[in-house]
Design a protein around this ligand. Structure first.
Ligand code: NCD
Length: 317
């Protein structure tokens, strides 16, 4: 085993072999999930608590299903955004939950760094389900699995990440992961939404879709994250769609077999045309959701193995 970490807080600390190990195990869980009996005992006897301080549909459902299919006792805490007062409140919540002896804590929080802070205060394994605009590691892993299965490899691909990159933890985690696996990553969007700092990750930056999508293997669209914008980042949604919304005409610049991705939730008619999103010959958006459950099963299984090894006195790095 190569992935020996206590927590999964981001893609940044992972080695390429860790990523491959998680994806290889996730492939096995895809088979389990497609079978008649979708159950294993990998997490039997363990308690998983999901704490979502920010709204979520698919990520929370996916973590819940993943835990249940692996036999864990899963509890969803109802965390209202209004109860967040940062700092002490978050730590107090963490300490309270810690006293109940959970084994896996899945946390989503609107502040970048909040999940790392929480992880320092608890004994269990913590999985980051998205913190502010920082990281969303299981999303990048499920995207990687989707790409690997569709393209047969996860290296030397040309991938365009398009739209609201500035506010996106999905973009950040994907940029880091795809870079580690030696792909060429292009960022495409209006200059207000594509901060120059990403150039230092080795990405090429474009503000024109036709140029940015030219001959790419993968087109990854992002949602306009209005809730994280505090000013006029775009002129109007109509104008945005005209210049940056993915439609058949813009997609024609990519390779003929390029796949289309979107982490959801989608704004049809804003960043993506509904017909492209639903085109089963191009869009792998439903596959991404399917891979999400398998990747979360794999990540929690591996973290649980590490927990057991630590409890048995094994040496952890
Ligand atoms: C993303 C998120 O919450 O970061 N969604 C998700 O996890 N599927 C992207 C988004 O909200 O746009």
């Amino acid at each position: 085993m190569t992935f020996r970490a206590k927590h999964l807080l981001g893609i940044e600390p992972l080695k390429p072999d860790d990523i491959r190990e998680i994806l290889d195990l996730a492939d096995q869980y895809v088979d389990l999930n497609r079978g008649a009996v979708k159950h294993s005992d990998a997490l039997a006897g363990l308690t998983q608590i999901n704490m979502f301080f920010e709204n979520s549909t698919r990520t929370q459902a996916s973590f819940e299903l993943a835990g249940k299919r692996l036999g864990a006792d899963v509890m969803n805490m109802a965390m209202q955004a209004s109860s967040i007062k940062k700092g002490e409140t978050l730590i107090d919540t963490a300490l309270t939950l810690n006293a109940m002896h959970p084994d896996l804590l899945v946390v989503r929080h609107p502040h970048s760094g909040a999940v790392d802070l929480l992880a320092q205060k608890v004994n269990c394994a913590v999985l980051n389900a998205g913190d502010g605009r920082h990281e969303h590691p299981t999303q990048a892993l499920l995207d990687a699995l989707t790409i690997r299965r569709a393209k047969g490899r996860l290296h030397r691909l040309s991938i365009a990440i398009c739209g609201d990159i500035a506010h996106s933890r999905v973009a950040r985690s994907n940029i880091i992961l795809l870079g580690k696996m030696e792909n060429r990553v292009r960022l495409v969007g209006p200059p207000t939404l594509v901060p120059g700092q990403f150039a230092e990750f080795g990405c090429e930056v474009y503000d024109d879709m036709a140029e940015g999508l030219k001959d790419v293997d993968v087109v990854m669209m992002l949602r306009l994250q209005r809730e994280r914008m505090d000013g006029g980042f775009i002129p109007s949604e109509r104008e945005y769609y005209h210049r940056y919304g993915l439609d058949a005409e813009k997609l024609a610049h990519a390779k003929p077999d390029a796949i289309v991705m979107h982490p959801g939730p989608m704004n049809r008619g804003v960043e993506i045309d509904g017909e492209i999103a639903d085109d089963i010959n191009r869009s792998v958006i439903q596959e991404q959701v399917e891979m999400g459950v398998a990747v979360r099963m794999a990540a929690m299984d591996l973290l649980a193995r590490n927990l057991r090894e630590r409890a048995d006195g094994g040496v952890m790095v």
